[in-house]
Design a binder for this molecule. Sequence first.
Ligand code: ATP
Ligand code: MG
Length: 160
Amino acid sequence: MSVVVTLPTVEDTHAFGRRLARVLRAGDLLLLTGPLGAGKTALTRGIGAGLGVHGDVTSPTFVIARVHRPDPARGGTVALVHADAYRLGDASDPRAEIDDLDLDASVDDSVTVVEWGEGLVEQLVDAHLRVRVDRRDDDTRVVELEPAGGDWADRITALA
Ligand SMILES: Nc1ncnc2c1ncn2[C@@H]1O[C@H](COP(=O)(O)OP(=O)(O)OP(=O)(O)O)[C@@H](O)[C@H]1O
Ligand SMILES: [Mg+2]
């Protein structure tokens, strides 16, 4: 069963990311899908704030994965690994490029959030949460959380 929320402004999206962060823990994988400019990075920024990690969550220009370490002063205990595989769309062997990021080395100890990673990173862990972000004509965003295995279905009920 999926959870669908409507987010009128970018502040609402940040706030939803912070709420989502409360149910997250080390070992989690979030697969963010949806078109360019939908708000995947904006949502990840809220998740980073909720987790209390260091550094601004941005759209990486060259780097495709960035580790944000927990900031104890902000209550952070777990790192956020934020990857954006968009630029791998043209790579001849995107899977090999993903392997080079060594996400499997950090996945157990971090919350891993991947944009444009469909078909590339699902095998990192047994279960993941699919997060679909869409932009409506009136510019509001709709976020759909779709559990894929594990206890995700139970964990997201609080977010409905
Ligand atoms: N309700 C909203 N939620 C999220 N972003 C919004 C909203 N309303 C407006 N925006 C704007 O839309 C843009 C979303 O950009 P963002 O980089 O988060 O998208 P993205 O899905 O990560 O795109 P890309 O696929 O290029 O990485 C930002 O400029 C943000 O300010
Ligand atoms: Mg982005």
